[in-house]
Design a protein around this ligand. Sequence first.
Ligand code: PMP
Length: 375
Amino acid sequence: MGHPRPARDASPIIRTALGSIPAYRPGRSTPQTYNTPQTYKLSSNENPFPPLPGVIERAAAAAQRLNLYPDLRCTGLVHELATRLDVPEEHLATGTGSVGVTQQLLQVTCEPGDEVLYAWRSFEAYPVLTHVVGARPVQVPLTDGEAHDLDAMADAITERTRLIFVCNPNNPTGTIVRRAELERFLDRVPADCLVVLDEAYIEFVDDPDYPDGIELYRDRPNVCVLRTFSKAYGLAGLRVGYAVAHEPVATALRKVAVPFGVTQFAQDAAVESLRSEEAMRERVAAVSAERERVFGTLVEQGWRVPPSYANFVWLRTGEQTDAFSEACENEGILVRAFGGEGARISLGTPAANDHFLWAAERFLKQCPDVRRDHR
Ligand code: PMP
């Protein structure tokens, strides 16, 4: 009776949608070979500074309550964010890093077969998480300037499109979309399709025409802003991010959140970090100054580099990408390589950046061909 017994050597059935998932590859943290005793991890867009003042003390205090579950609703953090952003508390949803919130966004919008639209290359988690929910990624190539092609993206919208990511600044190319073009794009998106403005690197942007997603979301119920404490606030290890969206989006996001996923450490550290806004701004200014120095030096060396508005730079090394990444690794510098396309190099301490610049110059001298792959 009932279900026929499977063979003894059968394995549990895993959803077929997972077969097409390109596995998420985190930035490498240990070099395989190196000629130098010093290693610089410039592969994960981490903040080179330690947590902001007061954060470690606050997290240590939270350690006294490790026997208890954290505050399910992240009450203190939600209140602090709502006040600072001037949005209703009901419009906030938290998650385990903004990548956790990204997963929630897909869960609340997509049925199997629905389409998720984004520029490519962009944040690696988009295709992975899209496949997890059985939806179909629709990837629109970046322009020759390594930026979003918003007109082509608008043209690619179909009646199956449920979710659109606009990664601004774009990871890994560092480019931004500006206010006027973004507004024009949003005007073309149907009201039943959710647009996520992924602003993981917003604090590093210093362009007057950069659109603040919070201003855009206010009178657009199909716009959601995604932010994180992992980058400018330097809390990548604690896993806390959030979305700002109108209801019913925010309500749905809270429904699918992993219960108690955001630890009390993360909640308390995030609140304390928000209260250290000035120190955060100083550190961001230091990283941005390094970005301009690294950018200028790379250009002087002969590289073509898209202007970056984030805490990393992008080199289109094309076919030479693996060779470039290996050459860097041999010098103890870990970069993020996207085989056949390019390499993303996070900005580290001035010493780390100097070392990278030295390796980049050496590579260019040994392999001037790398220029051929420039767009
Ligand atoms: N969005 C973008 C564009 C990112 O680059 C990253 C981190 N690499 C994230 C979201 C996720 O960051 P986290 O989960 O640490 O908040």
